[in-house]
Design a protein around this ligand. Structure first.
Ligand SMILES: [Zn+2]
Length: 93
């Protein structure tokens, strides 16, 4: 059972404990790296382009659950939706 990276208006949430911020993410990344090596042989990756990325597991740092993480909307995303019927308690949903 896989899970995707959250989109621009989404975030992860642990349904077990409510954690929204801390996760251990196991992922497979296929990337093209620009490796800059000094003449001494020491090298660093100066630029990385991710060609493909697969999330294998998202583990909650708080409770340790590995199958309780879901994607939920970010608070900002909810607020950005025009809401002109806030006072309607019985309106259509
Ligand atoms: Zn949790």
């Amino acid at each position: 059972m896989g899970i995707a990276m959250p989109g621009d208006n989404e975030r992860w949430r642990c349904t077990g404990c409510g954690n929204l911020t801390r996760f251990d993410v196991t992922r497979t990344v296929r990337s093209q790296d620009y490796v800059h090596q000094e003449l001494s042989g020491a090298g660093v990756v100066e630029e990385r382009t991710v060609l493909a990325e697969t999330i294998e597991r998202v583990k909650c740092r708080w409770c340790g659950a590995t199958d309780s993480v879901e994607i939920v909307p970010r608070p900002d995303a909810e607020q950005s939706v025009p809401d002109s019927s806030a006072e309607s308690s019985t309106g259509s949903a």
